[in-house]
Design a protein around this ligand. Structure first.
Ligand code: IPM
Ligand code: MN
Length: 347
């Protein structure tokens, strides 16, 4: 029997609740489809930091390298560990070390879910550059704590980095409705963003079947709300993609439905799958977190592993559940009840 080894990092807060739910669904789906998922669970989290002084062991990255994929819940417990420490100690190093340069986030309304917009028929795939740009971590502070203090944080855009994410966007557009929105702010940022626009134009010649339009990020943000149905694939830098995908989550009904995949397209290292929502300390362990974003992320993991049919069946089960009004109203159905309904709908 085909078998895939998965590293499970529940992390903090509701990350633990939703990964447990996702795992139940994925195991059931694997059983039906006739493949196996083996799991190794790692307790790396803010609690682990409190105990050991690190978010993950020194050899954490090397430990993860041998797995077929990583499923992650959420990282962060700001009351005890500053987010800048917890995220730079676990999530962000994994994305960078494993060259997970494409962060894929689907935004569409599941049946039965009511979003805040009148438009209901949008289907947007955001592709966020995930390893460089504004989140490169290049910078420093001088004269710290004094009135003369200076903080510098430099965005890094490399030709290789911009080309590969744009190519990924073009390929995705080609496999969908053939439309690509390339997002910059080249009217104000005249080096990096003009560079991005130039590379977009250059690559467009290789994809004559894709209709590419360059947008400024402010205009694209408005378009996601005013005319989301006009968008297909959206490709953006790390910061812009981060912000736009929270708009995407909002218009699809909330973070409870926002899934993501951190993909290493070259497959030189494992990819990582995680819901976009954070650890939500206010509702941690109350049993009311919506597991759908985590389960959808799990479906994206199955797809990446090549188990396309099983991935499709997980999404069908999710949709068969939401269409009945289960998991569509915050706080109404428990994590367990939503999970049980999805498991029951799996064929
Ligand atoms: C996300 C999150 C992270 C990011 C944070 C927690 C560092 O907001 O995945 O969108 O910005 O990458
Ligand atoms: Mn974000």
């Amino acid at each position: 029997m085909k078998s895939y080894s998965i590293a499970l990092i529940p992390g903090d807060g509701i990350g633990r609740d939703v990964t447990a739910a996702a795992w139940t669904v994925l195991e059931t789906a694997a059983g039906h489809a006739g493949f196996a998922l083996t799991v190794a669970e790692f307790p790396w989290s803010c609690k682990f930091y409190k105990d050991t002084g690190r978010m993950m062991p020194q050899d954490g990255i090397e430990t993860l390298r041998g797995f077929d994929a990583i499923l992650l819940g959420a990282v962060g417990w700001p009351a005890e560990v500053p987010d800048s420490v917890s995220l730079h100690g676990l999530l962000l190093p994994i994305r960078k070390a494993f060259v997970q340069y494409a962060n894929i986030r689907p935004h569409r309304l599941l049946p039965g879910v009511t979003g805040p917009l009148r438009a209901e028929s949008f289907d947007i795939l955001c592709i966020r550059e995930n390893t460089e740009g504004e989140y490169s971590g290049a910078g420093g502070r001088v004269h710290q704590g004094t009135l003369d203090e200076v903080a510098v944080e430099t965005s890094i855009f490399t030709r290789a980095g911009v080309e590969r994410i744009l190519r990924f966007g073009f390929e995705q557009a080609r496999s969908r409705r053939g439309k690509l929105a390339s997002v910059t702010k080249s009217n104000a940022q005249k080096y990096s963003m003009v560079f991005w626009d130039e590379i977009t134009r250059k690559l467009a010649a290789d994809y004559p079947d894709v209709e590419v339009t360059s947008y400024h990020v402010d205009a694209l943000a408005a378009r996601m709300i005013m005319a989301p149905e006009s968008l297909d694939v959206v490709v953006a830098s790390n910061l812009f993609g981060d912000i736009l995908t929270d708009i995407g989550a909002a218009i699809q009904g909330g973070l409870g439905y926002a899934a993501s995949a951190n993909i290493n397209p070259g497959r030189s290292a494992p990819s990582m799958f995680e819901p976009v929502h954070g650890s939500a300390p206010d509702i941690a362990h109350l049993g009311i977190a919506n597991p759908i974003a985590a389960i959808w992320s799990g479906a994206m993991m199955l797809e990446h592993l090549g188990e396309t049919a099983a991935a499709g069946r997980v999404m069908q089960a999710v949709e068969a559940t939401t269409v009945r009004g289960i998991g569509t109203t915050p706080g109404k159905d428990s994590t367990k009840a939503i999970t049980a309904a999805i498991v029951a709908a799996l064929t």
